[in-house]
Design a binder for this molecule. Structure first.
Ligand code: C2O
Ligand code: CU
Ligand code: CU
Length: 543
């Protein structure tokens, strides 16, 4: 295809040029500081902005720690839980402090992370916010980072001015109290993470993300013991420092050599009875095609926004794009056995710098070892055949061509040669000239891309005209996927579910039905956080 080749060619020219700038930038850093010990500067205020000017092809990239550098095999740690400081019923009041924390992850070395809370021990994941429908939530955010930050409540219908938009930064040393009420029907599996303008990638890969569970009073699965698996990605240099993004990380989205489950590499999970698992893909860019092996079937019971209407039985795999969550029921079985929770091969069409070729997908990666140890009285628990009632947002699902207002979102990529050659651009946090766009434009905090009316159900067509997968995410609401169109063939979504994140493959158009309840500004973006920082984000104004 002409378009593909054109993009490949402009991209390879652009990246070649970026490498030249990278070498230049590194030399200027040496001149300025007379040392090659750039990792010494890691904790200094303002210094993170030099990360993009660090290693590039043409000179040795940061040497990474081997995959065995982190210990494996410890029992899966329970998540830390954020304590409720309030004793009033229906009020959840707490504090989250974002701060640099030193932890020994690799024997004999310390790693500087950015975490919510001081977490001298326990999982290097933000604490679990465990709340109930109807709760009034009040969280005091204190920013002890050397740069601005926000907290975004991914997936929750919080008021727009409480949602941690990049337009509402909390300065270093600053404080902000986020307040929202969790409506009835919002029970589900959510998460929170920082969302500052152009710095989400770095803040999240340094550790600023954590899980949220909203519970319903009438949960049909309340009898199942619950297990939480929060997946995150970590890229460590051989000296145990968190490696900066290189050009390939910016282009394809960052994937480290480690995938952590509740902050640890390849933990051990022992299952004595049927369990309900909540799964979070908190990775910056890694897709998780989760499997327990061909013979180990499980049941999906929920998506981002809570329970399905009917369980999906007999699954052997489940794809979670970055930002997505799911709930599954895993059976203990009748006999002792073992399995490996694996991220199976998924080709998201990563790009290379050579025309006409793509990177091969990552090989399958073991995430956790599972030991099924059914107890004597571990009778199988039934999953109800109706979990709840989900009303379709459109009267006739399967067809997106009703009277609902239509909106179009188009993902493209572009290389801006002018910007790449502008003097001084090499000192920017982001690689100059590499742009990922929505409807032809990169994110501008001052620009409104789309306008919607409060309470009005709309159909959005999200079209991916790039060469790789991008996960689409819309703030402030849960939507329903109606159909996916590829090469003219439309596939109606086979089940009803509430989501806030959906993957869009190259050449695909995904249609969703969505409605916003509050007036204000909402973000929508690719949830590969490097792409989001590079401009694949836009603002929806709700009036
Ligand atoms: Cu996880 Cu803009 O969000
Ligand atoms: Cu979000
Ligand atoms: Cu993307």
């Amino acid at each position: 295809m002409i378009r593909r080749e054109f993009l490949a060619r402009t991209l390879s020219a652009a990246v070649a040029s970026l490498f030249a700038r990278g070498v230049f930038a590194q030399h200027s850093m040496h001149d300025m500081h007379g040392t090659s010990g750039m990792s010494d500067m890691e904790d200094m205020p303002g210094m993170p902005s030099t990360h993009a000017a660090k290693p590039h092809a043409g000179q040795p990239a940061a040497k990474l720690a081997p995959e065995t550098a982190l210990p494996a095999g410890a029992p899966l740690a329970a998540l830390r839980k954020l304590a409720n400081e309030s004793t009033e019923p229906g009020v959840f009041r707490a504090m989250l402090v974002a701060q640099p924390v030193r932890r020994q992850l690799m024997a004999g070395h310390s790693t500087s992370l950015w975490l919510y809370g001081d977490a001298a021990q326990g999982p290097i994941v933000g604490p679990l916010i465990d709340v109930r429908e109807g709760d009034n939530v009040e969280i005091r955010f204190v920013n002890h980072l050397p740069q601005a930050s926000t907290i975004h409540w991914h997936g929750l219908p919080v008021p727009p001015d409480q949602d941690g938009n990049p337009m509402n930064p909390v300065a270093p040393g600053g404080t902000h109290v986020y307040r929202f009420t969790l409506p009835q029907g919002s029970a589900g599996t959510y998460w929170y993470h920082s969302h500052p303008h152009m710095m989400s990638s770095e803040q999240v890969f340094r550790g600023l993300a954590g899980p949220i569970v909203v519970r319903a009073a009438d949960d049909p699965l309340a009898a199942f013991p619950e297990r939480h698996l929060f997946f995150s990605d970590l890229k460590l240099a051989s000296d145990a420092s968190i490696a900066p993004n290189d050009v390939m990380d910016w282009m394809n989205g960052r994937e480290g050599q480690f995938v952590l489950v509740n902050g640890a590499r390849r933990p051990l999970i022992a299952i004595a009875q049927d369990e309900r698992w909540r799964l979070w893909n908190g990775c910056n860019a890694r897709y998780l095609r989760l499997s327990l092996g061909d013979k180990q079937i499980f049941t999906q019971v929920g998506t981002d926004g809570g329970l399905l209407d009917k369980p999906r039985d007999g699954l052997t795999e489940l794809l979670l794009a970055p930002g997505e969550r799911a709930e599954i029921v895993v059976r203990a079985g009748a006999q002792p056995s073992t399995a490996t929770l694996t991220a199976a091969v998924y080709d998201r069409r990563k790009m290379t710098m050579t025309e006409g070729s793509g990177l091969p997908p990552e090989p399958a990666k073991p995430l956790a070892d599972i030991r099924f140890e059914p107890g004597a009285q571990a009778a199988a628990r039934a999953v109800p055949q109706t979990l709840r009632h989900i009303a379709p947002l459109l009267s006739s699902t399967g067809h997106a061509d009703g009277n609902a207002p239509q909106k179009s979102v188009v993902f493209t990529e572009a290389m801006d040669m002018m910007a790449m050659h502008r003097p001084g651009a090499s000192m920017s946090a982001l690689p100059p000239g590499m742009r990922f766009l929505i409807n032809g434009a990169a994110f501008d905090p001052a620009r409104i891309a789309l306008t919607s009316r409060r309470g009005e159900v709309e159909v959005w067509s999200i079209e991916n005209r790039t060469d790789m997968d991008h996960p689409f995410h819309l703030h402030g609401t849960q939507f329903q996927v109606i159909e996916r169109e590829q090469g003219g063939a439309k596939t109606p979504e086979p089940f009803l579910a509430w989501r806030d994140t959906v993957n869009v493959q190259p050449g695909q158009t995904v249609r969703i039905a969505t409605v916003q309840r509050d007036a204000g500004e909402r973000m929508f973006h690719c949830h590969i956080l490097e792409h989001e920082d590079l401009g694949m984000m836009a603002t929806l104004k709700v009036v």
